[in-house]
Design a protein around this ligand. Structure first.
Ligand SMILES: [Zn+2]
Ligand SMILES: [Zn+2]
Length: 348
């Protein structure tokens, strides 16, 4: 994965608008604010630069639907070959690398097994997530929107998932092999340890990331058998954010779920299920001592972004920083593998 270097002038007006969106997401600005810049980029996508130049000179950019004062200014400055002032300010505030530590491992990461789109609770269309992943130098990514019972996150019914799969096929056809969008899901682990989607639908997917999202404070012995059942399910490939903790951020704090981590990670190792290192700053899940336990028990890992917006895709650097600190070798991290190896592992 390439370090996210700020683009240099000259850049196209569209790239400038999209980079503004990316940096605003990194700053965790409201999705509505971000959407205005993405909409503007889309609004000018098919307009030739020549026409944009004429409009900029005549002051009629704002007559294009979706273009306002600030987006018109960005377009005008980009057309003149300078870095737009607003973009320069954002670069200064939010454009620096998220971390210097972890960069070496990060350069080996080529995929992601945990990404959301606006089909569930993400803020952007699948295409926008893919485009940004390509720009970040990634080779593949699994689309893992939520499962039906997570209604609060607009989880996908069987029918909506089926429609999404058709959509993924169309996107892959347009990518012509330059990048692979895998069919996936972040499936809820039900209270009884079953997975919250029909087995025949799970069989149609390339990868399954399974996570606990409900009753996080149940007694340890219950949570342990619930997680064990999910890990032993042959359709499960990745155990998502295993403790469910929240350590910082707008959603408040939440303690770790209690379970027998040694038993669960042993089962992961035996069943070839990767333990996710969730890179979101508010999760940082698993905690340090559990990363070390999983490492010592021989588990595979998946360093995932759990991105809900394009500007969060490169948060994987934060997961890399933690994996590097705990001495996890790149070859035990499935998100460094070529897509063919990943697919063979997931289907085995
Ligand atoms: Zn989750
Ligand atoms: Zn998620």
């Amino acid at each position: 994965m390439e370090a996210p270097t700020p683009p240099e002038a000259p850049m196209s007006p569209q790239d400038a608008l999209r980079r503004v969106g990316f940096l605003l997401e990194r700053a965790r600005e409201s999705p509505y604010r971000v959407a205005a810049f993405r909409r503007a980029a889309e609004a000018i996508r098919l307009i030739p630069d020549e026409e944009l130049r004429e409009r900029a000179a005549a002051g009629t950019l704002k007559q294009i639907k979706g273009i306002g004062d600030s987006t018109a200014a960005i377009i005008g400055q980009a057309l003149r070959g300078v870095v737009p002032a607003y973009l320069a300010t954002l670069e200064e505030q939010h454009g620096a690398a998220l971390s210097w530590e972890g960069a070496e491992l990060y350069s080996a990461v080529v995929g992601d097994l945990h990404v959301h789109s606006d089909w569930s609770d993400g803020g952007s269309p699948i295409e926008e997530m893919v485009l940004t992943a390509v720009e970040l130098g990634q080779d593949w990514m699994a689309l893992t929107d939520h499962s039906p019972r997570l209604t609060i996150a607009n989880g996908l019914s069987r029918e909506r998932l089926a429609r999404q799969l058709t959509h993924v096929d169309a996107i892959n056809a347009s990518l012509a092999g330059s990048f692979t969008l895998l069919k996936g899901i972040e499936v809820d682990i039900n209270l009884d340890g079953t997975l919250d989607q029909d087995p025949d639908m799970l069989d149609r997917l390339d990868v399954v990331t399974a996570s606990v999202h409900s009753k996080l404070r149940q007694p340890s012995f219950e949570m342990t058998s619930r997680m064990l059942a999910a890990v032993r399910n042959p359709r499960t490939n990745v155990l998502g954010h295993c403790t469910g903790r929240l350590v910082t951020g707008g959603r408040g704090k939440r303690p770790e779920s209690q379970f027998d981590a040694e038993k669960v990670f042993r089962a992961c190792a035996e069943n070839d299920v990767a333990v996710e290192i969730n890179s979101r700053p508010e999760r940082q899940d698993p905690p340090d001592e559990l990363i070390e336990l999983a490492r010592d028990l021989g588990c595979l890992f998946a360093i995932d972004s759990d991105a809900h917006a394009p500007g969060q895709l490169d948060m994987k650097l934060l997961g890399c920083k933690r994996a590097e600190r705990h001495g996890i070798p790149a070859e035990r991290i499935v998100t460094t593998w070529p897509v063919e190896d990943l697919l063979a592992w997931a289907k085995a």
